[in-house]
Design a protein around this ligand. Sequence first.
Ligand code: C2E
Ligand code: MG
Ligand code: MG
Length: 626
Amino acid sequence: MSSSPAPTDAASPRRLAFVSGGFYVAGGLAALLVAGDRMDLAAPGGRLVTAVGVLAVVVGALLFAVGRALPRPLWHVVVGSGTALVALVVWACPDTTSAVALSAVFTFIAIDAFFFFPPRQAVVQLLALVVASVTSLLSHDDVGVGIAVAEVVVFTCIAVVVGGLVQTASAATRDPLTGLVNRRGFDSAYEDLLVAAERTGAPLSVALVDVDDFKAVNDGLGHAAGDELLARIATVCRTTLPAPVVVARYGGDEFVVLLPATSGPEALARLELLRTRVDGVTLSCGVAQLGAGESGAELLRRADTAMYAAKRGGRDRCALADAGSPALARDLAEALRTGAVHVALQPIVRVDDEQVVGVEALARWTDPVRGAVSPAEFIPVAEAAGLIEELGAVVLRQACHDALALSDAWGLPLTLTVNASGRQLVAPGFAGQVLSVLDAAGWPTASLVLEVTESLIDASSAAALEALRELRGAGVAVAIDDFGTGYSSLSRLDTVPADIVKLDSLFIASIATSARRASVLRTVLDLCSSLGLVVIAEGVEDRDQAHLLQQLGCPLAQGYLYDRPQPLATLLRRGPRAAVTPAHDGPHRLAGDRIVAALFPGARTPAVAATARPALAAGETAAPLP
Ligand code: C2E
Ligand code: MG
Ligand code: MG
C-alpha cells in the first residue's frame, strides 16, 4: 500500500482490526463451547480452557475497538499470541476429541499470517504454527503422527490459497509501470488514514505532485522515455518518502502523497527534498494539511489548488495550501499597513503587431526576512486570514494610479486588468468599493477588466454573480482567468457573466508542440467567438506559440515573450516596446483589430500626447467595425 514494501495491499489497518478481532472472538467462543460441552469446569484443564476462551473474546473486542491504531510490527505479536493461546488450549484439553476440535482454530492463524504479512514473514508465522500445532496435538497420547501431519497439510493449503488470493487482490491496487499504489489503492488507503486522523487527532497532510512539461518528454522523446521517467520518479519517491508515507500514481504524470502524522509545513519540507532529488525534469507540488471537520475531497481540492498555484508561480516549486502560516498572515497584514505590498504591471499585447493595449496588475510583496513572496503563496493566506479585501483595495488603488501614469507617459490608450478572488466577490459591498476606488483615482470604469480567478463554487455563488452583474452594469468588463486547466469548466462560460476568457499558461505551453492541443485551441477560439467572448492567451513564452496564436486568430496575449510583470518605474524608463511589423497582414489581423476595437472601446485615452507613441500600422485605427 505504501511506497515501501507493505504487508499486503488488502491489509488496511481497518481490515487487520476487523479480521483479527473477529478471529479472536470466534476462537474464544469455540473454546468456551467446547469447554461447556465436554469438560469439567471445576478441573484445572476446564478452568484453563475457559479462562483462555474469555481472554480471547476480550482481546478480540479490544482489537475491534482500537486495533486500527496498532503499529504494523505489533500485528506479529497479535498473531504470535494467537498461536500460543490455541496451542495452550489444545494442550490443556482433557480429551482427544476436544483437542482435535479446538486445533481447527489454528486455521485462523494460517489465514491471518498470509493476509497480514508479506510472504517471507508469513512463512515464519506458518512455521511457528506448525511447530505449535504438532507439539500440542502430539502431547495427547492417542493422537498419532498421521493426524498431526494431516492438520499441517490442511493449514498449509489454506495458507497458500489465501496468500495467492491476497497477491491477486494487491495487484489490482498497484500501478504496473511504477509499482506504486494506483488510484484504487489510494482511495482505500486514504479512507483509512482519514479515519485514523479523525480518531487520533494526529495531523495528516496530502501532496499532489505533477511533472512539469511531461508532455514535452512524451512528444519529444517518445512514450518509452516518458514511462522510464515516471518509473525513475517512483524510485526516488520510494527512497525519499518511505512508509508509512503512501505514494500513489494518481493519473498520467500526477502522483499523490499521503503523509500521516505530518503537519503541512513538515510535509512541504519533505516534498521539497523529493523535488530536489529528481533529476532531468522539474516537479510542481501542492501540499495541504487536513483541517478540522474537513472532508477528504476538500483536502484534495486544496492540495490541487496549491499545485496549480505552484505551476502559476513559475513551476519547479512546492506550495502550501491556505493559511497554514499565521506568521505569514501577521507579516502580510503589517506589509499592507505599511504600504509594502506593491503592484507589477504586465503588458497585454495585440497578437498581430504586439502593440500594447492593456496591462494586468499583479500583487508583489517583498518581506524583509523571507524575500520576495509569491502571490501563489500569499493570496491564499490573505483569503484565509480575512486580508483579501484590504489587499484587493490596495492593489486596485495602486494599479489605477500606475496605469494612469503609464497611459499618459506612453501616450497609449490602455485597459487595466485586476485580479479578484472569489472571497472578494462575495464580500458585501464589493462592487460599490471598486467603483468608488475607480472614481477617486479617475480611472474610467469602461477601462477596467476584473479577472475572476476563483473556483467555480465561489465564482458562481449568487452574491458573486450579483457583484459581477453590478460592475458590468457600470461598464467594467469581466474576464474568466486561468481558463483551460484546474477547476475551469465549460459551464463557467455561461454561468459567469463574462466578456473575456484568459487561457491559462499551462494550456498555452504546449500549443506549438502538440497538434492535438492546437486543434483544441482552435475549437476554444471558435467557441469563444460564437459566445462573443474575447480571448487573451496567457504565458506566451516563445515565437512559435505567438505565431500559432496569430495564425489561429487569437487577438490578445501576454507573457514573458512580450514582457515580464514590471514595476511602473521600469516601464516608464523603458518606454513602450515598438510594435513589430505584423508577420501576417490578412484577415486575421483585421479580425483582431475589430475585436480589440470592440473590446476596448473605453480604453482610457491618454491625457498627454506622448512623443514615444509607437508607429501604428496603416489603416489600424480605421479598421471598420462590424
Ligand atoms: P494570474 O492572474 O493568472 O497571473 C498570471 C501569472 O503568470 C503571474 O504570476 C505572472 O507573473 C505569470 N506569468 C506571466 N507571464 C508568464 C509567462 O510567460 N510564463 C510563465 N510561466 N508565467 C507567466 P504571479 O504574479 O506569480 O501571480 C500568480 C497568481 O496570483 C495570479 O495568476 C493571480 O491568480 C494571483 N494574483 C496575483 N496578484 C493578485 C491580486 O492582486 N489579487 C488576487 N486576488 N490575486 C492575485
Ligand atoms: Mg490574472
Ligand atoms: Mg491567469
